[in-house]
Design a binder for this molecule. Structure first.
Ligand SMILES: Nc1ncnc2c1ncn2[C@@H]1O[C@H](COP(=O)(O)OP(=O)(O)OP(=O)(O)O)[C@@H](O)[C@H]1O
Ligand SMILES: [Mg+2]
Length: 431
């Protein structure tokens, strides 16, 4: 069930609040989450309040209003903006559209007419299909304090497993010097994020679209620079512009990272919904995993948003979950077995969830995807060997429908009483 459109109304200096209130629709579809006076206050509220639509009300030409619109369009490309103006002096309307507003209404106007314009804008945005209906998609930062723990293999398999569940997924390689996500996935690095930076100009959804490389699974990959000397061009500020655009056009964003807490990795953690911490099963790696988790804690990162993965988890090495608990301070959420098919799949340039979907490692990666789906409020269903895949695409459609029923914070909607939990299938497809 779709929730009402949460609408924030920003009142510019001089505009009469009553005039604006009188124009706002009483429709159940439009839920006014706040009427806020001034640009600064509106901007702060926008950061703190889940908002699907911004209405900016002003008396006439207002640089403050234009600034607010431009900032909102840039930071929240998934959120439409409508202007209510008491007067439209020369050039103001043109500027309003230039900075990215979707529509404008001259006040006074009837609530019915304002409602018509708001609904028109919302429907057009959804029909354009470029932006997600409900704003920000969850972003998962795959982290491992040391090199070689399996971050890249996990990122590629997690991204593909989420795509197999029906979601649209973007992956970003934040290992800026030695990124090999494209290689692990078999994506041709025709364009990289370095090319995107070099291209200059402003960044928007269309521009970014031309620089993400498609994978056969549907995952879109923003590839790391091909040479280490190009890495310094990719600054955290640039990446902070990229994330909201990807989150507005995907159901999930997965970030591969470099070893250690580099500036771009710290910035990615700060911006992510979840951290997927990868450790391996030996004492030295577990000590580093504990240090990594402690660092996240020092950064103020909520430990509930951390998913702990033990890679190369093999019972024969003599370390069990209790030992992990003693060293790391928590039990692993997911264990990925050591499997010779993993490096084989990497060498083939195809994630193991595609090459050997029935292997234990592939099942573990699908469990990892299921963990995130579950955290987003969707109940995944592991296909059993006896359950035939109907081969009619129902898996993807069901999954996508479920993935999309989130609000702008990426949180799952409350279910109506008696409504069954949405179910996703994460089993391997039969050929
Ligand atoms: N579960 C596994 N079983 C067997 N081999 C694995 C497993 N996970 C990872 N590997 C192998 O370990 C190596 C390192 O994996 P990967 O490149 O994903 O690590 P990383 O953390 O991204 O490394 P870096 O920090 O250098 O980027 C690869 O050769 C990969 O094939
Ligand atoms: Mg790597």
């Amino acid at each position: 069930m779709q929730h009402p459109t949460r609408t924030l109304v920003s009142l510019d200096t001089g505009i009469d609040e009553q005039t604006v209130r009188a124009a706002l629709p009483a429709s159940a579809d439009i839920q006014v989450v706040g009427l806020v006076r001034g640009v600064d206050e509106s901007w702060t509220t926008l950061q703190e309040t889940p908002t699907d639509l911004l209405v900016v009300a002003c008396t006439g030409y207002s640089e403050r209003a234009l600034f607010l619109i431009a900032s909102a369009v840039k930071e929240r490309p998934g959120m439409p903006v409508v202007v209510l103006a008491q007067a439209s002096p020369d050039g103001f309307l043109r500027r309003v559209f230039e900075v990215g507003a979707d529509d404008a209404v001259r006040l006074p106007e009837s609530p019915e007419q304002v409602n018509f314009v708001l609904q028109k804008v919302l429907v057009r945005r959804r029909a354009a299909g470029k932006v997600r209906e409900n704003g920000d998609a969850p972003m998962i930062c795959v982290l491992g304090p040391k090199g070689g723990t399996g971050k890249t293999v996990t990122t590629s398999n997690l991204a593909v497993a989420l795509a197999q569940a029906g979601g649209s997924v973007s992956a970003v390689d934040l290992d800026l010097q030695f990124g090999d996500l494209a290689l692990a996935m078999g994506v041709r690095p025709e364009k990289t994020m370095y090319d995107l930076v070099q291209s200059g100009g402003s960044l928007d959804v269309d521009k970014l679209d031309a620089y993400v490389m498609p994978h056969s699974s549907g995952v879109r990959v923003l590839v790391a620079p091909t040479r280490p000397d190009q890495a310094s061009s990719i600054v955290p500020e640039f990446l902070r512009e990229v994330y909201p655009l990807l989150r507005a056009t995907s159901d999930y964003v997965v970030l591969d990272s470099s070893p250690g807490f580099t500036p771009e990795v710290i910035s990615a953690i700060d911006n992510s919904t979840y951290v997927c911490m990868i450790g391996t099963l030996d004492t030295l790696s577990l000590k580093n995993t504990r240090l990594g988790l402690e660092t996240l804690e020092l950064m103020g990162y909520d430990s509930d948003r951390v998913v702990l993965v033990l890679n190369r988890a093999d019972t024969r090495v003599g370390i069990d979950d209790e030992d992990v608990l003693a060293v790391v301070g928590r039990r692993p959420d997911i264990r990925i077995p050591s499997d010779v098919e993993v490096p084989r799949a990497v060498n083939e340039g195809t994630p193991i969830v595609l090459t050997k979907p029935d292997s234990a490692a592939a099942k573990a990666y699908r469990s990892l995807a299921a963990e995130f789906l579950r955290r987003e409020g969707h109940e995944p269903v592991e296909t059993t060997a006896d359950e035939p895949d109907r081969g009619d695409g129902a898996q993807g459609i069901r999954g996508l429908a479920a993935l999309r029923s989130r609000d702008s914070n990426g949180k799952a909607h409350e279910e109506a009483p008696g409504e069954p939990r949405k179910r996703l299938r994460l089993g391997s497809r039969r050929h």
